[in-house]
Each structure stands twice: as C-alpha cells, then as structure tokens.
Design a protein around this ligand. Structure first.
Ligand code: ADP
Ligand code: MG
Length: 431
C-alpha cells in the first residue's frame, strides 16, 4: 500500500486534481490506509468525503460507505464515476435497484472493480446483501454523518445503531471510519461507544470561522423594520433569512418584496419545480435574498453569502452553527444576526412537549444552551467553540473581535455571571 507522502499526493492529484490536502485530510487518510479505526470531526465543507474516497480508491477491495441520504450518495457516486473510466468504480446499493442492476453491482464488486459501495444503513440489514458482502474483499467501512447514531445529534436515525452488529457479521476486524461535522463531546462519545471503537484515533479540526461576525439582537414587535433596515444596508449582497414557520417565510418574503428587496421564499411546502426555481434564482443571483425554513441549505454551496439572519432562534447551537456556516464560505465577510425573544423559546418548548419523554429531555437541554448563547455577554465565538469542546482565546484568537459582545461590551458584572453560568453548564454536560 502506498504510505509515502508523495504517493498520497500523487493519488490526490491523479484522482481529484488537487495539489494539496485540506486541513487534517492527510493525517486522517494516512491513519485509514494503515488499517486503523479512525474518527474524523470536521466542519461542513471541510472535505470529509475525500478522507475515505482516496483510501478506498488506492486500496484493494471495496469500501462500504454508509450515508443517510440517497441524494447525497447519488451525488458522490456521480462525482467518483466522473474521475474514472470505469462506471462500476462506485455504486449505490439500495431497494430501488432492479434485480439485474443488483446483479451488475455484485459482479463489479466480485471483479474487484468497485472501490466505493454506498449504502443506506437499513439496506445493510438485508440478509441477501450481508451474505454477499461477507464473501467479498472489503477494505473498510466508512460511516458518514456518524452523529446520526446519537440521540444527542441533530439527526438521530435508529438504524445507525445496528452498524456495529453488521460489521461483526461482515468482518469484525474491518476498520471503521466515522465522520461527522457535529463536534459536541456527548455526540462524539456516543459515536465511539455505539460503533464499538473506543480506541479509534480521533482527528478534530477547529470549528472556528474567524470571518463570521456573530450578533444577537432582541426581537421586538418591530422586527420587520429591523430586518428591512439591515437588508437595505446590505443591498446587492447575497443573504439567507431563516424562519421557523412556512407562514412567516411567505409573509416576510412579501414584506421585503414590497419594500423593494429582490427576494424569494423557500420552504418544503412548495412543489419541487418551484423550489428548484427559487433556489436557482438565488444561486444565479437573480435575487439577493432567500427567506427560508431549514429545508433550505442542505448541499447549497454558494461561496459569497454575506449574511444569515435568523428571524427565529433555532432549536440547538449545532443548528445555529450549521445555518450560519453558510455565510462567508469564500473567506469573505459573513454577518450572522439572530433575533431573540424568550417567547420564541417557549414556542419551541411547546413543540418539543409533543415528543417522547427522552427526546423532550434532550430537546430542552439543547434549548437551554441556545438561551445561554443568546443571553450571554461574553464572547459568542468562545461560547460556541466551548460548546464544541474547543478552547478559544477571546483576546488573541482568530476572529476574536468579530462579535457584538466584544464590540459593545456589557457591564462587567454581567459578564462575570455568564462565566459562572458557562462553567456550570460545562460541568453538567461533561458528567
Ligand atoms: P464535508 O463532507 O466535510 O462537508 P465535502 O467532502 O463535501 O465536505 O467537501 C467539500 C468541498 O471541498 C468539495 O467541493 C470538495 O471537492 C472540496 N475539497 C475536498 N478536499 C479538497 C482539497 N484537498 N483541495 C481542494 N478542495 C477540496
Ligand atoms: Mg459530507
């Protein structure tokens, strides 16, 4: 196996056309190629896919890639097929395939052509697939979006809990690669525990986004005017405004349009054609602003989004980080402005109260963190990074002054109280 630096770089260039690895990619890949269990935690856009794709391409056998969304799998398979002359180099195995398609997939794997086999976790429980995969040469299993295994993650999927027992049936010594953009210590612990890889080497990239400016403003009855004023001040720039409800999305879109802002609404209530029309209008810059529910954003990669406004505070810090993370992808300016009223928290709590008890507890613990973030008078960046288990130097750290609390400090005593609060939550969450 090529373990030399130069070999990995050559493969990077050959398969992906890139000259350099991003962040921790090279360390992660080296560890995988050595056959070790590996845990990679990197923010969205950090380049996690390549961490398993490259080792899969250069190793013997087929790598199984577990991923929760069919659309994401298809995108990746198409991309991999684009870099090879062999269509069979990557496949998706799922229930929508015809018998003859399944046969072809199996043939390509048996022939050693298929380097990456994408599967949804539920497909992996099919006896027929398990029996077949047991009989072929596998390189490793990559568990993408590994936070789906944890109830503390933002996207719990019970089927992910079966993965350990499936691996045991396929080949208990096969290396497991877990990847996620969720950095909270609780979720990380859950991932390692449920996959049965406590000793896996963990690679964690920094979650700091130094070019993003974080600001929270009280949400008053006049929030419409506040938003209009902000958007007008940033005329011509691309921005996303997130709202909790579809109704509010449509209302706010109208209000902005009436006020001369070029804007479109976006939510899952529109049919697919309308949704993709509005999305394209935003991507092609026919409009400046999209007003959306959280349905908007998955896989949207517009590098020059200059602001993300939250008309409603989201249900967790992770969600807030993900959603604001769509600003300033190109490294340029990115203003993250959240409007906050405790009333909205009560709304979210009501929403949670319809769920099973265990989910309620988790949901309200996550909400309490959001309250603490919104009400803090300390560095918001420090708060957020601390939540992700990362130390941040609020004086000299990168982007330290990109923060309303630093630009306009509140009373000292208030800030002190916040530190005490923070220490308390850290103690509680680390228990
Ligand atoms: P993640 O899964 O961590 O959110 P992706 O795997 O989707 O991130 O990668 C995000 C983007 O970064 C993709 O467009 C990918 O092509 C790009 N990318 C990955 N690695 C590199 C690299 N070494 N150099 C340049 N671009 C890269
Ligand atoms: Mg990914």
């Amino acid at each position: 196996m090529p373990l030399h630096k130069t070999d990995l770089h050559a493969s990077l260039k050959k398969y992906f056309g890139f000259s350099d690895f991003k962040g921790l990619q090279e360390d992660v890949i080296t560890n995988i190629v050595q056959g070790n269990n590996t845990f990679a935690i990197m923010p969205t856009g950090g380049g996690k896919s390549l961490c398993y794709q490259l080792p899969a391409l250069i190793q013997e056998g087929t790598a199984i890639v577990v991923s929760p969304l069919i659309a994401l799998m298809k995108n990746q398979v198409d991309a991999i097929r684009g870099i090879s002359s062999h269509h069979g180099i990557a496949h998706v195995l799922n229930s929508s395939l015809t018998k003859s398609e399944v046969k072809q997939v199996k043939q390509d794997i048996s022939d050693g052509i298929t380097k990456l086999l994408y599967v949804a976790p539920e497909s992996l429980t099919k006896e027929d697939y398990v029996d077949f995969l047991k009989s072929v040469k596998l390189s490793f299993i990559a568990v993408d979006e590994a936070h789906c295994i944890s109830e503390w993650g933002h996207d719990f999927r019970p089927e992910y809990r079966n993965l350990r027992s499936i691996v045991d049936r396929l080949n208990p010594t096969m290396a497991i690669i877990a990847l996620t953009a969720t950095a909270t210590p609780k979720v990380q612990e859950d991932i390692l525990k449920n996959l049965g890889i406590p000793e896996a080497k963990t690679f964690k990239a920094s979650f700091n986004r130094p070019n993003l400016y974080y600001e929270v403003r009280p949400k008053t009855a006049d929030v419409d005017s506040d938003i209009i004023r902000f958007v007008k001040k940033n005329a011509g720039k691309s921005g996303i405004i997130y709202c909790l409800s579809r109704k509010r999305v449509e209302q706010l879109a109208q209000i902005l349009q009436v006020n001369g802002v070029s804007a479109v609404p976006y939510h899952a209530g529109f049919d697919a054609k309308t949704r993709s029309k509005y999305q394209d209008m935003f991507l092609m810059e026919d409009v400046d602003v999209v007003i959306a529910t959280i349905a908007f954003g998955m896989g949207i990669d517009k590098p020059d989004v200059r602001f993300v406004i939250h008309n409603d505070i989201p249900k967790s810090i992770e969600s807030y980080y993900q959603e604001t993370g769509r600003a300033g992808r190109d490294g340029g300016e990115g203003h993250c402005l959240a409007f906050y009223a405790y009333k909205d928290i009560e709304k979210l709590e009501k929403f949670i109260s319809n769920k099973p008890v265990a989910e309620q507890e988790i949901g309200s613990a996550l909400l309490q963190e959001v309250v603490a973030y919104a009400e803090t008078s300390m560095s918001r960046r420090k708060f957020m990074l601390h939540y992700f288990g990362e130390e941040f130097d609020e004086v000299n750290g990168e982007g330290a002054d990109m923060d309303d609390n630093i630009q306009n400090p509140k009373e000292k005593q208030e800030a002190k109280d916040d530190v005490v609060k923070l220490i308390r939550t850290v103690k509680e969450t680390s228990e």
